[in-house]
Design a protein around this ligand. Sequence first.
Ligand code: NAI
Length: 383
Amino acid sequence: MIKVSVIGAGTMGSGIAQIAATQGHEVCLYDNFDGAIDNATKKLHKILNRLVEKERLSKEEKENIISRIKFTKDIKEIKNSGLIIEAIIENLEVKRKIFGEIDKLVNEDCILASNTSSLSIASIAAACKKAERVIGIHFFNPAPLMPLVEIIPAVQTSDKTLKNTKNIIDKWGKTTVIAKDTPGFIVNRVARPFYGEAIRIYEEGIANFSTIDWSLKEIGGFRMGPFELMDYIGNDINYTVTETVFSAFYYDPRYKPSFTQRRMMEAGYLGRKSNRGYYDYSKEIPQPTKDRDLAKKILWRILSMLINEAADAVFLKIATKEDIDLAMTKGVNYPKGLLHWADEIGIDNVLKQLQDLQEEYGEDRYRPSPLLRKMVKENKKFY
Ligand code: NAI
């Protein structure tokens, strides 16, 4: 079994190290910050102890997992690895620098992967002499629990690197999907309207936060409403992803961030972690207006926008339709794959809703994907 090294022992890095060690790999977890190593060690012990308490792991298994992980501040310890996964801060220059260093330290056949959520894999790969062995492996938080992993080959990545990477992550029991090296990959691109359109509906005064959340859960079957979810993720993090995707798409109005969320972030109303976001968690959450007709309209508007994103991702060959549906159900727990959903409600109905919105608002934000028009013309379905 190959040795796996993880660079960066923060939230994602320590979770990824836990997965690899649980799968039986010898793991090296490197961080250049003393506090991070101590924290990761403590956190991992705590998580594994809890699994022992819940009888999901024996004491012996726990000891074996811990003994397989070497926590280190010395980057030279990553030598002889077969796979490196980088999970340091989301900064291109810092990532490029560390990839340049790693590239020189490890053997020729070692795969170099980044867990970046938004940076270009091509740009990271270009910092390495052997760029064909660089790839994106994007886990979701918390990594040990979330089944989805997006695998992102850059233009430089070889087929062999892609095949070997997919094999390893599949063996770890994860659901893998392959995405093109474009902003937001699959999930962080396709999911934008879940937040953006919900905020827009609120801004227009159509409904309040709890009514919009209720609509998506009650009629749509979503596990969490958009505002609850943004409060859970953190308005700072969610806003930054939106802004990054927006600028990376050369300011396509479809991804435009909102002032409402920006002000939340600026006010320090970050969500659950600050006890206040869209909701004030020190008080009772306001009751929704349980008007099913209004709820259907709200769901329908957000859902058509989501389907439009998913269809456009198929149109632009970001991923296969199967992988896009898998990504949204396994990465963000959507009740159904969006393209399956589109077939169910009728692509002509989705197109009509988008055309109505575009006509009403005159905004490019609502432009339908050419694929939807083509499918309606040809009377086709996704499946
Ligand atoms: P974090 O802030 O929890 O951890 C980053 C760690 O990297 C820290 O321990 C820090 O000491 C270390 N570090 C920073 N610069 C370093 C360097 N030059 N050398 C060695 N160690 C260094 O960050 P988090 O949330 O774990 O994110 C890491 C990466 O994963 C980012 O690229 C992020 O975009 C991505 N990601 C984050 C997700 C999340 O929900 N937090 C989800 C999926 C991807």
